[in-house]
Design a protein around this ligand. Structure first.
Ligand SMILES: Cc1cc2nc3c(=O)[nH]c(=O)nc-3n(C[C@H](O)[C@H](O)[C@H](O)COP(=O)(O)OP(=O)(O)OC[C@H]3O[C@@H](n4cnc5c(N)ncnc54)[C@H](O)[C@@H]3O)c2cc1C
Length: 413
């Protein structure tokens, strides 16, 4: 829809948070619009058909903490099938490259690391998580690799208090047609302005003036849901400036996780829903999901500095590395069986600039700082503002609902 000149509530960003906020305002008397820089809904939730028979979520794919995840009900309401097959991350590594005895040893080292970090966090003092690696333990680089998948960052830049605040019920489901496709359907009925890049939120006068690539809009209330890196970089500016918000955003940077989808010839040779990774003793490693949903493909996942390095090497570098790594694990024959289909480049995406947020050591309180409203007119949502479900799509959604309720709370006073 085209940009109106005035509105009660402007929501900036049509990711999970913006959609959650918009739905929470639907039955109120307030007029609202969602301003979205891209030409689509979903933000870091984006499903594509990588091939006619291969659904690929470039961003979020798992309904984490599914028993507490608002998108489960949303999916049911929109008739999106939920796949309840649990993920193969921990126990189901495929083949001979990570033998059972080694895997048990690794899982034990990983759990002991989490226990030490948890114990330290109970004392209430923050520290970088890598301090709790056991000196000299041979699994340390791989424990760090897991952090790059979970946090998008190596442990030296992750706060133990933030790690401890994350809530995980360990129930992980998927949406068969894609998490991003679900978000697109959830957003379909909302008033949205696409290709509408917000550059300035001027809250110096009674009404907030929002400058966008489509023109200027006056609003009584604004809900900001853009990723932290955009606030920290000043890609979206505030007048008067909001140094506390910029500081909070800078200390909750988006780490990096990237995915690649490879088509697989002769898929029957590999198990459905398998996990492939080697006991490489390196942090620079991929983890591979074999034949997700039984599809003829392998999905690779990379995180942290290594993902950044591969992205920086240019489009196709993640796929090329993945094929090399899989061939080294399963045999050279796999080179001819694998074909690159698509890879994500979240660090180079101008409206994401990364994948999900983590608190830097000493800054675990910044999620609350980012979330707090300004002057009863500016409200903040997005995964980074969630107190317990940060990094996730459902955490983002719930934060949007929370921000919408804050808006409604100011009206009813
Ligand atoms: C590779 C990867 C894997 C992931 N896996 C999972 C998973 O399995 N499960 C899970 O729960 N989560 C996962 N996540 C995280 C999840 O996708 C995000 O936490 C969630 O989607 C964030 O939602 P959001 O609304 O906070 O932000 P976003 O989705 O980033 O939405 C913000 C919106 O603001 C828009 N925007 C930005 N700047 C402007 C501007 N200036 N003007 C107007 N609009 C603007 C953006 O285009 C975007 O649409 C993953 C993410 C990635 C990248």
């Amino acid at each position: 829809m085209s940009l109106p000149s005035e509105i009660d509530v402007a929501i900036i960003g049509a990711g999970a948070a913006g959609l959650g906020a918009a739905h929470a305002l639907k039955n109120s008397a307030l007029s609202f619009i969602v301003l979205e820089a891209r030409d689509r809904v979903g933000g870091r939730g984006h499903t594509i058909m990588a091939a006619p028979e291969i659904t690929f979520d470039l961003g979020c794919g798992w309904l984490h903490s599914a028993d507490k995840n608002a998108f489960v009900k949303i999916a049911e309401g929109l008739d999106f099938e939920i796949d309840r097959t649990l993920p193969p991350w921990r126990e189901r590594a495929y083949g001979k490259v990570f033998p059972q005895a080694a895997r048990n040893e690794f899982i034990r080292a990983l759990d002991e690391f989490y226990d030490r970090a948890w114990e330290a966090a109970q004392k209430g003092e923050d520290a970088p998580a890598d301090l709790y690696l056991e000196p000299g333990n041979r699994w340390n680089p791989m424990i760090d690799a897991i952090s790059t998948y979970v946090n998008g960052s190596e442990l030296d830049r992750v706060s133990i208090l933030d790690m401890d605040a994350y809530e995980d019920t360990n129930i992980n489901w998927r949406v068969r047609r894609g998490y991003g496709a679900l978000m697109a359907a959830y957003g379909a009925s909302l008033p949205l302005a696409f290709n509408c890049v917000v550059t300035l939120v001027d809250h110096s006068a009674k009404r907030v003036r929002i400058e966008t690539s489509q023109g200027t809009l006056a609003a009584d209330k604004v809900i900001v849901t853009v990723p932290t890196n955009l606030i920290a970089d000043g890609a979206i500016r505030f007048h008067p400036a909001l140094p506390d918000k910029v500081d909070a955003a800078a200390n909750l940077p988006l780490g990096l996780a990237d995915k690649v989808m490879l088509a697989l010839d002769e898929p029957e040779a590999l198990p459905s829903e398998g996990n492939l990774r080697a006991a490489t003793m390196r942090t620079e490693m991929g983890t591979y999901h074999l034949r997700p949903f039984g599809q003829p493909c392998i999905e690779g996942f990379f995180g942290g500095r290594f993902a950044r390095q591969l992205e920086d090497a240019g489009d196709g570098a993640i796929a090329a590395h993945s094929i090399d790594e899989i061939a080294s694990l399963l045999g050279n024959d796999f080179r001819r069986k694998l074909k690159p289909l698509k890879e994500s480049r979240w660090a180079h995406d101008p409206f994401a600039r990364g994948s999900y947020s983590h608190a830097l050591p000493g800054h675990s309180t910044k999620r609350a700082v980012l979330a707090v409203p300004v002057d009863g007119r500016l409200f903040f949502a997005g995964e980074a503002t969630s107190p317990n479900f940060f990094t996730t799509a459902h955490g983002a959604h719930d934060s949007g609902v929370r921000a919408a309720r804050e808006v409604l709370g100011t009206i009813s006073k």
